[in-house]
Design a protein around this ligand. Structure first.
Ligand code: ZN
Length: 315
């Protein structure tokens, strides 16, 4: 009897230890902001999961120039990835701009999950995929808001996403109006910041560079899949990221990312992760620390810590 009691005590102590470890681990996860750059080939799809439970999806992948393709990245890649990450609803879905490689998978997401609001720059386009999406939003009664510089999205627990682009009125005659008017978001959690630069081209990149410190970010999602563009030096100097993440298709015909972009990132000492090599990239942020891991077995994780800036005027 005495022996049995001792065993029972030991068992209870073990159970208590397991519960404490589990509770500590759960508390750690609850304070973590997770940003996942899904591997959608050529395109963008970024999932933001805030520690309070709010979720934001920025674009949903697609296929460049193949609107009629029967292969649907939304139902075959994005929705399964959301389910695997236990996403039950999307609070904000951001359409950065109406190009197929960003909006191709949105319809399947709207079919699969409740979506609170869709934020969209509402640019003039003849894209059938986009006009079908607008109809779907109306049919499903989903709020559809116009994205503009100066808006701020509250993701809870002091985490927010600022809209830095497009301006009002929109940029015109840039030679790449749809790309240059992409929605650019800067997420801030404590001292750690993440710039999601969508597909901005020369004019958009100059605009961002002129913002100076307002775009200085710990982590950068490199614009336009790492495509070369003339403002790259100015833009990279302003952002000066510790980590650059490139969403790019494996062996893509565009030659993205460009050698020029990679050189510029290297010049400012940025580490680089890319979806064609590392698979889906998950960035876990618990200020002042962050770490990024890739889903590919050969991916090497990267981590860092933001040291507080001295207040202005203090040497
Ligand atoms: Zn794109």
């Amino acid at each position: 009897m005495a022996r049995l009691s001792r065993e029972r005590v030991l068992l209870l102590a073990l159970l208590a230890a397991v519960i404490i470890v589990w509770w500590l681990a759960a508390r750690e996860i609850r304070q973590e902001l997770r940003i996942t750059i899904l591997d959608v080939g050529h395109g963008d799809c970024i999932l933001v999961q805030a520690p309070g439970g709010r979720t934001m999806l920025v674009d949903a992948g697609g296929r460049y120039g193949q609107e009629a393709s029967s292969w649907d990245v939304g139902s075959q890649v994005v929705v399964p990835a959301l389910m695997a990450r236990r996403v039950r609803q999307i609070d904000v879905l951001v359409i950065t701009h109406p190009h197929e490689d960003h909006i191709g998978g949105v319809s399947a997401v709207l079919d699969a999950l409740p979506v609170g609001v869709v934020l969209d720059p509402m640019l003039e386009t003849d894209s059938e995929t986009y006009h079908d999406l607008v109809r779907q939003l109306e049919e499903q009664g989903i709020a559809h808001w116009r994205a503009t510089e100066g808006q701020r999205l509250d993701l809870g627990r002091g985490i927010y996403a600022s809209v830095l682009n497009p301006p009002e009125p929109r940029l015109r005659d840039t030679g790449a109006d749809l790309n240059d008017n992409s929605v650019v978001l800067r997420l801030v959690y404590g001292d750690v910041s993440v710039l999601l630069a969508a597909d901005i081209d020369e004019a958009g990149a100059y605009r961002m560079a002129w913002l100076g410190e307002a775009v200085d970010s710990t982590i950068l999602q490199v614009p336009h899949h790492g495509a070369p563009e003339p403002a790259v030096s100015e833009f990279i100097d302003s952002v000066a990221p510790d980590l650059a993440v490139i969403s790019v298709g494996y062996d893509n015909p565009h030659g993205h990312p460009s050698d020029e972009m990679l050189r510029e990132l290297d010049r400012v000492g940025s580490k680089i992760m890319r979806t064609d090599h590392d698979g889906a990239i998950t960035i876990k942020i618990r200020p002042p620390r962050w770490r990024a891991v890739g889903s590919s077995p050969r991916a090497r994780g990267v981590s860092g810590e933001v040291t507080a800036h001295a207040p202005a005027g203090v040497p």
